[in-house]
Write a protein that binds this ligand. Structure first.
Ligand code: ATP
Ligand code: MG
Length: 424
């Protein structure tokens, strides 16, 4: 026998019944986004490398060590998307969407980063991302965060906490940066290798370090808040006021800087303690400079992305009903009856469009068909034998203990099924 082939490390298959849960969580999430007027945008999984190099910032982990970049057969440098914002902005500009004014958009799909695989961290993972383009004020920031709070409520997720910060304008960040570099230079010996590297390239990101040995040093570092301009300060205050008024609890974390270079003003993360070090389930912020950086007319924007694997890991374990493949299982005893069973299944699908109807295919005996029906999780088996066929009847056999087996007239079948499934 040939050796079995395996999926790439860090890239997972999603098989039933888990894939059903994925579809449900995606539908729940996009349902909430629609409630706020967000519409889906789709763009390719592969882009020219420039799209990410120019937007994400070439000092970030993503661009420096996580991207799947390759040359295609023409020698063009392409990259599997590591995140959605850059592609989204590229697509918005290329399709001229901003000519129609502000846009509220969402996307959903796989992202690729060459990281060390572990719980909550994969090489192919999935995000739902949201981008609101063309709105400068704090109102859209606040609305976006209210929308995320509603998402957790709809998904039934508790134990998520909201952390906020403001990164100010590029000017206030430049002042802060100078002080930060001076401070860390004074403590050069205490830095780890990664942070020394960041010190010369992007010192703000030392604050983002996950090394516990640096915690105290980082806590005492000059804080951006001291350098904030008035506009950023009042913008942040207005966002927080809306959250307070809506009862959305949050804490200000002055060290929240986000991994990506393109953020400004509001940044936020929703964090859980239930996933160890991979605790951030949703992260976002304002990126007023990005659209111009990507060649468009200067346009304010804000967005966030959430990691679906991490959200899935927070959901309670699947119940028995999630394992079920079907609501009804249709079977026939002989060749003629099986053909009639296919037609019957079609008729039931016509009459009850929301019902999952599984029709047995194959020559098995009635006994093994019933076994299979039971394993399918269906509530009722519909059986066609020669007598039923001749008399225009169907045998209904409840499989989950609701009532006795009985024969009903085919023309009254829908009514009986509605009664049975309704009480299931
Ligand atoms: P982290 O600090 O955990 O590496 P990040 O700052 O790189 O996260 P973002 O680029 O902001 O993450 O992506 C948004 C969300 O996507 C994260 O909050 C997380 O939920 C999810 N995510 C990011 N990278 C991965 C990954 N490798 N595997 C699974 N989910 C991920
Ligand atoms: Mg990361």
């Amino acid at each position: 026998m040939n050796q079995l082939l395996r999926a790439v490390r860090g890239m997972n298959d999603t098989v039933p019944p888990l894939a059903d849960r994925w579809r449900k969580i995606e539908a729940d999430i996009t349902g909430v986004l629609s409630q706020y007027g967000y519409r889906e945008i789709r763009f390719p999984i592969v882009e020219s490398t420039q799209v990410f190099a120019r937007s994400i910032g070439d000092t970030t982990d993503i661009v420096q060590k996580e991207m799947y970049t390759f040359e295609d057969r023409n020698g063009d440098s392409l990259t599997l998307r590591p995140e959605g914002t850059a592609s989204c902005v590229r697509a918005v500009l290329e399709n001229g969407l901003l000519q129609a004014g502000a846009q509220r958009l969402f996307y959903l799909g796989p992202m690729f980063r060459h990281e060390r695989p572990q719980k909550g961290r994969y090489r192919q993972f999935h995000q739902v991302g949201v981008e609101a383009l063309g709105m400068a004020g704090p109102d859209i920031d606040a609305e976006l965060i209210l929308m995320t709070a509603r998402l957790w409520q709809v998904l039934g997720l508790k134990n998520l906490r909201l952390e906020l910060n403001t990164l100010g304008t590029p000017e206030s960040r430049a002042l802060h940066r100078e002080q930060l570099v001076a401070y860390f230079n004074n403590h050069h010996d205490a830095l780890d290798e990664d942070s020394r590297h960041r010190l010369t390239r992007n010192p703000l990101r030392i604050l983002d370090s996950k090394n516990p040995a640096l915690k105290a040093l980082i806590a005492d570092a000059p804080q951006l808040a001291e350098f904030l301009d008035e506009e950023s300060r009042s913008h942040f205050g207005a966002v927080r006021a809306v959250l307070d008024a809506a009862g959305v609890a949050h804490t200000v974390n002055p060290h929240l800087v986000r991994g990506l270079d393109y953020y400004s003003k509001t940044v936020f993360e929703w964090i859980t303690d239930d996933l160890g070090a991979q605790g951030t389930v949703c992260a976002g912020g304002r990126y007023d400079g990005l659209v111009a950086q990507m060649g468009g007319r200067a346009t304010p924007a804000i967005g966030f992305a959430m990691g679906l694997e991490r959200l899935m890991e927070l959901l309670p374990p699947a119940g028995e009903e999630e394992a079920s493949e079907a609501d009804l299982y249709v079977m026939g005893t002989g060749i003629e009856e099986k053909a009639a069973a296919l037609a019957l299944a079609e008729a039931v699908r016509d009459a009850l469009p929301g019902t999952r109807v599984l029709c047995h295919c194959g020559q098995e005996s009635l006994k093994s068909q019933l076994k299979r029906a039971d394993r399918s999780g269906a509530a009722v088996a519909l059986i066609l034998g020669s007598e039923e066929l001749a008399a225009g009847l169907v045998t209904l056999k409840p499989l989950r203990g609701q009532g006795e087996q009985r024969r009903v007239a085919r023309h009254a079948l829908t009514e009986h099924l509605l009664a049975l499934l309704g009480s299931a």
